[in-house]
Design a binder for this molecule. Structure first.
Ligand SMILES: *Cc1c(COP(=O)(O)O)cnc(C)c1O
Length: 398
């Protein structure tokens, strides 16, 4: 049997997906990062420092909560939540940002660079860099800067240098180009920190490895709580980092069904969604091959989700492979379903989920109703919804 969790191979492919679709000089730089990662991450100095921070700084292990009132309300399978929302900074992103910042430091880099869309990756990275003591530079489109004021302010307070990007669409797409150009000026001393399991090899592998802690904790915790594994595990999928972080530990447990949940936005029959695995075609984007949403010229389509952390036109290559292998099922939830789950979880459990995570909660709610009360579903609650509270209140006229 293929060890699904042990992928990718040396070439960075998960089946036909992933790889390094970038100019040869860049391939060389990426391979250097890969070699350094393999070497540094195997040392006990690196592992001990990261583990110590995950425990004492992030607050790991995050608990699993049996969502009894929600389960009772639905009347079917029991729903459990892996509480990544309780991490320092309020989401799973701190897991890989700490890994990346620490790796940069151990590699002797002096600066960490990244782009950010809604600002969640920027804030998590700025936090990790402040802690590790390394310079941080975040590129962000001018339109996003206007829209995401609280995150912009946080990045500044945390000491990051914010570079506004005024070219092209003035959003994430151009921020990626801008940050990457800056990185290429000095790849020897700087480190490019990608925010999900996307981009050229070795990023899908590295970010996955830093997120695997979620699933390994959850697998042990769930067994201790229930004396068995969950019947189903589920998580929302933007680029796919929180989902792969949960799934990896269960990859070889054939009886555990795994479901990734994409944003169906205003509907799969409209252009306003980001259901990459559900409706995408195979192609290259941002330096790697995956399912993606593109126009007939192969350019990435504008995508939409009520949860800005999920609107990416591509998706991690490992998810594409797992879809083709039928090891993971990919479903979608629309804005209305997401909002309903957001309000329901808030009001029956006192837990305000991130809109991203609410997609997975919504899926679990509809699936639980179809399952018997002897069955269990574990949801990765990837983040908390403080950042979304005003938006939802506006939207629902609260
Ligand atoms: C960024 C984000 C996501 C989406 O990213 P993945 O790489 O797909 O996990 C999901 N949930 C929250 C709370 C986020 O901040």
């Amino acid at each position: 049997m293929v060890q699904l969790g042990a992928m990718p191979g040396k070439d960075g492919f998960f089946g036909e997906y992933g790889g390094q679709i970038i100019p040869p000089p860049l391939i060389e730089i990426m391979n250097q990062i890969n070699d350094a990662y393999d070497e540094v991450s195997a040392t006990s100095a690196f592992q001990d420092e990261l583990n110590d921070l995950l425990v004492h700084y992030v607050g790991r292990p995050s608990p699993i909560f049996y969502s009894k009132r929600l389960s009772d309300k639905i009347g079917g399978a029991r729903i459990y939540l892996k509480r990544e929302d309780l991490n320092h900074t309020g989401a799973h992103k701190i897991n890989h940002c700490l890994g990346e910042a620490l790796l940069a430091k151990h590699m002797g880099k002096t600066k960490v660079l990244a782009e950010t869309g809604a600002g969640q990756h920027g804030v998590a990275l700025a936090t990790a860099c402040a802690l590790v003591g390394i310079e941080c530079e975040i590129h962000m489109g001018e339109i996003d800067i206007e829209k995401e004021h609280p995150n912009v302010t946080k990045m500044k307070i945390l000491g990051a240098k914010l570079v506004p990007v005024g070219r092209g669409t003035r959003t994430l797409k151009d921020a990626v180009d801008s940050a990457f150009e800056e990185y290429l000026k000095d790849p020897v001393n700087s480190f490019y920190a990608i925010g999900s399991v996307v981009g050229p090899h070795p990023f899908p592998k590295m970010v996955r490895d830093f997120q695997m802690v979620v699933g390994y904790e959850a697998r042990i915790q769930f067994q201790e709580m229930e004396g068995k594994l969950p019947d189903m595990v589920t998580a929302c999928v933007g680029g796919g980092s929180n989902a792969i972080g949960l799934f990896t530990a269960f990859m070889d447990d054939e009886d555990v069904e795994m479901v990734g949940v994409e944003p169906a936005g205003k509907g799969l029959d409209t252009p306003d969604h980001a259901a990459t695995l559900t409706l995408g075609v195979k192609g290259a984007i941002h330096g790697f091959k995956c399912y993606n949403l593109q126009d007939k010229d192969g350019e990435p389509l504008p995508v939409y989700s009520i949860a800005s952390g999920l609107d990416y036109p591509g998706v991690g290559p490992q998810h594409c492979y797992l879809k083709d292998m039928k090891r993971v099922r990919y479903e979608s939830v629309d804005d209305a379903g997401c909002l309903d789950a957001f309000m329901t979880l808030s009001q029956v459990e006192g837990i305000i989920p991130a809109l991203e995570s609410a997609h997975a909660v919504a899926f679990a709610m509809s699936e639980a109703a179809k399952m018997g009360s002897d069955k269990t579903i574990l949801v990765n609650l990837s983040g908390r919804g403080d950042k979304d509270a005003d938006f939802v209140a506006d939207k629902l006229g609260l």
